[in-house]
Design a protein around this ligand. Sequence first.
Ligand code: IMP
Length: 179
Amino acid sequence: MSIQVLDKTFVPYLSEQEIQDRINQLAIQISADYEGKNPLFIGILNGSFMFASDLFKNITTPSTISFIKLASYKGTTSTGTVITSIGLEENLQDKDIIIIEDIVDTGKTMSAFIPSLQQLQPASIRICTLLHKPDALQFPLSLDYVGFNIPDKFVVGYGLDYDGYGRNSREIFQIAQTS
Ligand code: IMP
């Protein structure tokens, strides 16, 4: 059944079952990869809150989790944008970090954020994103765990928003074609 979010119509794209099955697979893989490493998951707010919750519930190796917000402003990096994190209180030195993102689109946010995270000298940084739009990627980025590669079309639901709305659903919807 299609839904209306503000002025746009969205059609069903990924069901709750598909999302949960894929998250289970990711959690099994990450738990195995990080066995004995006590990794720190960092969820990027707001969009990843549902994904982070469902992923973390299924992680079976001892792990911690924290959440941050990213704020961008014009700066002097190669991307022209400097990303600062709000709310990160943990000491990251020598920690194995797994960033939890809702979606990587152009890659601009993550490619600007990773260098500032590297300055805190973690042992390693990997990115786990629920969704990725390969055709939209403009900034070099290595994505270690990807839930679904999707076409370059706007999606909402399961934490993802259109102008703040549409986050509150268990499934993911894709923007309807306008004819
Ligand atoms: P990037 O910096 O272009 O990779 O954009 C990443 C951010 O843009 C995500 O964390 C989302 O907040 C937002 N975004 C990109 N594509 C979508 C979409 O299809 N639906 C909702 N938010 C999106």
